[in-house]
Design a binder for this molecule. Structure first.
Ligand code: NAP
Length: 512
């Protein structure tokens, strides 16, 4: 009976999805507090209104944190293999709903179906990985310096985690945070990006239906500078995990640092692909096209600079421009589309502003693109032409993250100059080199200042069981995904068990 009622409730919520002004707090889909303020979710390809979501109040955040704190005491004691079973059940739900979720995601943020399917698949893969971790979650045993004494270390949960995520991977990035956080025994308050509220709701529902106890995962909608900020300031939140821009990340780091709050930051990138004179040019071209214009350039790992050896520059550039002009731009739901719209008018204006900077201030040479598309099928959407400049390393368009379909070609004379140019940025997320020379491959792996290095592959395409993150201003030294995510979401505890039956003093010099 209870099961039937729950099903009915879920279906009511589902049909209310088009207006959907609910947070998920303490196991219930609740209307947000006083005022009833909402924000709109619109299709960036068509302008169609998809739904409205709550601008939550401080009281909503307070309730979510209290519910997570209450749930923490029992959740942390659930054996990790049992926690993992819930993750695995949620994975099956994601698998069943993959197509529906991918379509919803394309509708709300624009990237093409092939990519939104990949986004949901990444959440599935992450669930599988961390479900397996439920039966590992290894600590270490080691010897003690004293006789009859046993020593080990083990992972402990941190507490309530405040998770703040961007819109460009609306399910994959939340999954990178939520799954390891829950597996380690933490409880969560999740604030998703305001451009992708529906993907967040779908993901949370999968975990709810998989049997997650009330309060363990809470979803609170609202803007970054209200809900996000309140989470940062809340003393009940033990850990902030943030993925987004370096500007906001730096503010978050400062606030968390002052409060001595654990904080992981995954931030921006200005990634480059090197093409040496001995590269397989067909392969390098495909990589450049996909890396630059996949997800409409709105990936933290997007190829926003292409560093070309002067001997292949002409041939490569002509072919890249030709291929770029042939890209089919449109609504991501259309299977023929190769590049969708930008997520919002704000992003569209930002990209246009950078293109103007490229043309008028940097005096870079525009090779193709450079215009907003606003006629015919593009009239109501946020479409921009895929754009290529020829530039130099110091230009603003070569230094600043544009986060759109714009890439800058830079000509170099040698391998050393190529590496130096790749490293000439404040970011350090992803880098790639195309060459057939094994010595150069190994030197590039050693010398690229990036968290992720690709050889004969584009700058995008990370896998969930390897560390993800970057150096320099791309983050603060943490890595998501794989084993390294566990270090974000757990505290190490050292345990000593003395079975000698007498007082043994460690760190005491007994020679005298
Ligand atoms: P963003 O503007 O920094 O926002 C990211 C998240 O932070 C959103 O949920 C946003 O809420 C929230 N937020 C905004 N201001 C805040 C504040 N003052 N306090 C607390 N939270 C705040 O970034 P975005 O435009 O969504 O994403 C694009 C950026 O993310 C790019 O720089 C990209 O490189 C980076 N990114 C990095 C990685 C990585 O792993 N390194 C992966 C993906 C994206 P609202 O949505 O309500 O504004």
């Amino acid at each position: 009976m209870a099961k039937k009622m729950k099903k009915r409730l879920v279906s009511q919520i589902s049909s209310a999805g088009s207006e959907g002004p609910y947070n998920y707090i303490d196991g219930q889909w609740r209307r947000a507090g006083a005022g009833g303020n909402v924000f709109e979710n619109k299709n960036p390809a068509t302008g169609e209104l998809l739904g409205v979501y709550p601008q939550s109040t401080l009281r909503d955040v307070e309730e979510a944190v209290q519910s997570a704190r209450k749930a923490f005491d029992s959740w942390r004691k659930v054996p990790a293999p049992k926690r993992a079973e819930i993750l695995l059940r949620s994975m099956r739900i994601l698998e069943e709903r993959k197509e529906m979720m991918a379509e919803g995601m394309t509708r709300e943020m624009g990237k093409i179906l092939q990519e939104t399917r990949g986004d949901v698949q990444e959440a599935i893969d992450t669930a599988l990985y961390f479900a397996g971790e439920g039966r590992r979650l290894f600590g270490q045993t080691t010897t003690s310096e004293l006789p009859d004494k046993f020593a080990m270390s083990m992972r402990m949960p941190v507490g309530v985690c405040g998770l703040i995520t961007p819109w460009n991977f609306p399910m994959a990035i939340p999954s990178w945070k939520i799954y390891p956080a829950l597996l380690c025994g933490n409880t969560v308050v999740f604030k998703p990006a305001s451009w992708t509220p529906d993907s967040a709701r779908q993901f949370v529902r999968a975990l709810e239906e998989a049997g997650l106890p009330p309060g363990v995962l809470n979803l609170v909608y609202g803007s970054g500078d209200t809900v996000g900020r309140w989470l940062l300031d809340h003393p009940g939140i033990a850990l902030i995990s943030f993925t987004g821009s370096s500007v906001i990340g730096s503010q978050i780091g400062e606030i968390s640092g002052k409060a001595l709050k654990r904080c992981s930051l995954e931030l921006g990138g200005k990634n480059a692909q090197i093409v040496m004179e001995d590269a397989n040019l067909d392969l390098a071209l495909e990589g450049a096209l996909w890396g630059s214009f996949g997800t409409t350039g709105q990936r933290c790992t997007a190829t926003s600079r292409i560093i070309l050896h002067e001997r292949v520059y002409k041939q490569f550039t002509e072919r890249l421009v030709e291929k770029t002009r042939a890209l089919k731009i449109g609504n991501g739901l259309n299977p023929a589309t190769q590049m969708g719209p930008l997520v919002s008018k704000v992003q569209l204006e930002n990209v246009d502003r950078y293109v103007q900077i490229g043309k008028k201030k940097d005096h870079a040479k525009l090779l193709t693109g450079g215009e907003i598309l606003s006629q015919g099928e593009y009239e109501r959407g946020n479409f921009f032409q895929p754009t290529i400049f020829l530039g130099t390393p110091e230009m603003r368009i070569s230094q600043e993250e544009i986060f759109g379909p714009v890439t800058v070609l830079i000509k170099v004379k040698s391998f050393d100059e190529a590496i130096q140019t790749l490293n000439n940025t404040r970011y350090g997320l992803s880098g790639s080199i195309y060459t057939r020379d094994v010595n150069r491959v190994l030197r590039a792996i050693r010398d690229m200042e990036t968290g992720i290095t690709y050889v004969n592959a584009p700058t995008i395409g990370a896998e969930v069981h390897l560390p993800f993150g970057g150096v320099k201003e791309t983050g603060n030294g943490h890595r998501e995904a794989g084993q390294t995510a566990l270090d974000i979401f757990s505290e190490w505890k050292a345990v000593y068990i003395d079975y000698s039956g007498r007082l043994q003093k460690a760190q005491i010099d007994t020679q005298e």
